[in-house]
Design a binder for this molecule. Structure first.
Ligand SMILES: [Zn+2]
Length: 102
């Protein structure tokens, strides 16, 4: 993946995030270098309904800093089925209503 720091193993990060507890899936995982010696990470975590969101976020941030020396971490917590139901982070146009002029 272009821009991923060579010392970062994305599959290892994914595996470690899965071990946070109540994490069912990880996607949109990206790691990149902001500036020399400073890496950033962002990902989406799908958590089960019993998950403690605050605790998962806190431990995720700590894990990135302590285990991977990633100082800028952005984690988005999602519930199962979010993407499947069409509720996406992408901007979607309305299915009903008047069509915009060509
Ligand atoms: Zn997502």
């Amino acid at each position: 993946m272009e821009g991923t720091p060579p010392r970062i193993d994305l599959s290892l990060i994914e595996n470690r995030l899965m071990e946070l507890g109540h994490v069912e899936a990880v996607h949109d995982l990206h790691v990149w270098t902001i500036t020399s010696g400073m890496d950033a990470m962002s990902c989406h975590l799908i958590v089960s309904n019993g998950a403690k969101v605050d605790e998962t976020l806190k431990r995720g941030h700590q894990m990135m800093r302590d285990e991977f020396a990633i100082t800028k971490t952005t984690i988005q917590i999602e519930k199962p089925g979010l993407h499947e139901n069409g509720v996406n982070t992408e901007t979607k146009t309305m299915k009903s209503g008047p069509q915009p002029p060509p």
